[in-house]
Design a protein around this ligand. Structure first.
Ligand SMILES: [Zn+2]
Length: 101
């Protein structure tokens, strides 16, 4: 309720966004000790998933978090996936600059 951030709403209906969870898995995979070819492969998968999720255009809750389920009143069509945020969460992009790491 009293959560004050400057972030735009991008969470899926109540319970968070699965994209964040996917990003955590991918970040761990990317940071596992292995050769550069394997890391390139993981980054390829990350970018492919980012494209896939972007095309899916999931709705987002504009409230951010609340009790109970979302309704059509609180959902914004097609804004539930932020590909830049996803790439940052995966560790492919830097948090603030948006430059490739
Ligand atoms: Zn909602």
């Amino acid at each position: 309720m009293s959560k004050t951030t400057s972030e735009t709403p991008r969470r899926l209906p109540c319970g968070g966004t699965p994209f964040t969870e996917v990003a955590k898995v991918l970040r761990v995979a990317r940071e596992l000790p292995h050769g550069p070819e394997a890391e390139d492969a993981v980054i390829h998968v990350i970018n492919a998933l980012a494209d896939l999720f972007k095309r899916h255009k999931p709705p987002a809750c504009q409230v951010g978090s609340h009790d109970g389920s979302c309704s059509s009143a609180c959902l914004i069509e097609g804004s539930g996936f932020d590909s830049r945020r996803f790439l940052v969460d995966c560790g492919v992009l830097e948090e603030d600059t948006g430059k490739d790491s």
